[in-house]
Design a binder for this molecule. Structure first.
Ligand code: HEM
Length: 466
């Protein structure tokens, strides 16, 4: 339904309350300082909030903080909301035109193209064995480390990067590890600077920030091009993402994809699929160390499945409590802490008018900590995801993977990746703080580009169960 029709049917619409922020610069400095706290404070003003922008800035910006509003924008009115929002324009400029950023017919085509790689059968039969092998390697490396102590974030990055490399690109990405993390981190810093800048220089200007961003982008392009050319040289034709991209032909011309098209897709999958999952796994492992009684339940579940041998494809379904732990982790620390869209025509959401030509963001971080939806919202409690509790909540109260047609295509894969690793690690071992004489640091996150990541190092030990 278009805006005009909506306005005619709504009996009463009101203006959104305004989050003011800095008297001159509006909300941008607060987002730069602490986006999580800014989202939480904005959510207290109402389910739809307008963020003030500096005078003269033409674009408007809104935050949405209720499941109903999220449903309208992400699920029901998808025709009226596009990815032309400022954050997605920046992502597209930095990472190209892959499935995450593509739009309209081009997106439909790309989604149909990769969907066969994410069917339940594919996940269970092809990916679980890879994940079991990689999870076992993660456990063995952890045990072999000095004092069996590892930074769980770094270890999770290695596990997910290796796993994604093998599952989607048929490649060993270990050699890329030292350069990959810093290049991504640098590009994320650049993205975040641009997204929270009060005054934005055009991308083409040779500002120090733009130059650093371009350098990081070149470095990532180089790595992705190496993955692609290694595969072409090897001449293998596997039916994974890279194999499909290399074999694809344009419908009209019959020509293959250009090197740039293949690279964009590979890069977007690395962006969307790797960092989010490693962050989730790292936070989940930290929560387990901080909550021994939860860890004991997870270990008991792992024993029930793994005592009979390595997990098979359907193992994840037989570990419901471990999945609850992963879900509760993503409630408190949703890697994509906000999901943005753009409306050209405007809309009425929850009785509040959204003006034309606006950026609109579902404030996932704040939605996941709304006291109306989640009693005692800051407490870690995996039982919130027990079936009866899930039934009693609004379907869109929990949105770590987004919702609607653009929902994360890797959601099931991410759940399986985290669940398999946790099961293998806790089966015969216990995750504890690195120093018994010192309590572990609390869980904390910082923004990195459009995602969040752990705020500090996470050293933990893996010790044998007694
Ligand atoms: C815990 C892990 C993950 C989280 C929290 C996450 C989160 C998200 C979210 C919120 C979106 C929707 C963005 C929007 O609507 O604007 C999304 C889309 C996407 N994700 Fe994930 N993701 C995760 C893992 C993965 C994995 C493992 C892959 C692939 C290997 C992946 C690939 C993608 C792609 C390609 C899209 C774009 C889908 C489309 O627009 O059709 N993600 N993800």
């Amino acid at each position: 339904m278009g805006r005009t029709a909506l306005l005619a049917t709504e009996s009463h619409t009101s203006d959104a309350p305004v989050y003011r922020g800095h008297p001159l610069l509006g909300a941008a400095p607060d987002f730069r300082r602490d986006p999580f706290d800014t989202l939480l404070r904005a959510a207290r003003l109402g389910p739809v909030v307008r963020f003030r922008v500096p005078p003269g800035v033409p674009i408007r910006s809104y935050g949405l903080f209720s499941p109903e509003c999220a449903q309208r924008v992400l699920v029901q009115e998808t025709g009226g909301y596009t990815k032309d929002s400022a954050p997605y324009q920046e992502v597209a400029a930095a990472f190209g035109n892959g499935l995450l950023t593509a739009q309209r017919e081009e997106w439909h085509r790309q989604r149909r193209f990769v969907a066969p790689l994410f069917t339940p059968r594919r996940l269970e039969q092809d990916y679980v064995p890879t994940l079991v092998a990689e999870g076992t390697l993660l456990r063995d490396r952890w045990l072999a480390a000095p004092e069996a102590t590892l930074d769980v974030h770094a270890a999770s990055v290695r596990y997910t990067l290796r796993a994604v490399g093998r599952m989607l690109f048929g490649a060993d990405l270990d050699p890329l590890l030292p350069a990959f993390g810093p290049a991504f981190a640098q590009l994320n810093v650049h993205l975040r600077q641009r997204l929270t800048a009060s005054l934005l220089a055009p991308r083409s200007w040779p500002t120090p920030g733009n130059l650093r961003g371009r350098k990081a982008q070149r470095s990532l392009y180089g790595m992705v091009d190496a993955i692609i050319s290694d595969r072409q040289t090897a001449g293998r034709s596997e039916d994974d993402l890279l194999g499909r991209l290399l074999a694809a032909r344009h419908a009209e011309t019959g020509e293959g994809l250009t090197a740039g098209e293949v690279r964009d897709q590979v890069l977007i999958f690395l962006l969307a699929g790797q960092e989010t999952t490693s962050t989730t796994l790292a936070f989940a492992l930290q929560f387990l160390a901080l909550h021994p009684q939860v860890q004991r339940r997870v270990a008991a579940e792992a024993a029930g499945v793994l005592d009979g041998g390595p997990p098979t494809g359907d193992a994840v379904r037989t570990m419901p409590y471990t999945q609850q732990v992963v879900k509760e982790t993503m409630r408190l620390y949703p890697p994509a802490y906000a999901v943005s869209r753009y409306t050209h025509d405007g809309d009425v959401v929850g009785g509040v008018e959204i003006l034309p030509e606006s950026n609109v963001a579902v404030g996932t971080f704040a939605l996941h900590r709304s006291p109306q939806l989640w009693p005692d919202p800051n407490r870690f409690d995996p039982d919130r995801f027990a079936p009866a509790q899930v039934e009693s909540r609004h379907r869109y109260a929990w949105l770590p993977f987004g919702a609607g047609p653009r929902v994360c295509i890797g959601a099931q894969l991410a759940m399986i990746e985290a669940t398999v690793a946790i099961a293998l690690l806790t089966h015969r071992h216990v995750i504890v703080a690195a120093r018994r004489d010192r309590p572990a640091a609390p869980v904390g996150a910082v923004p990195a580009g459009l995602v969040l990541r752990p705020a500090w190092p996470m050293p933990y030990r893996l010790v044998a169960q007694r």
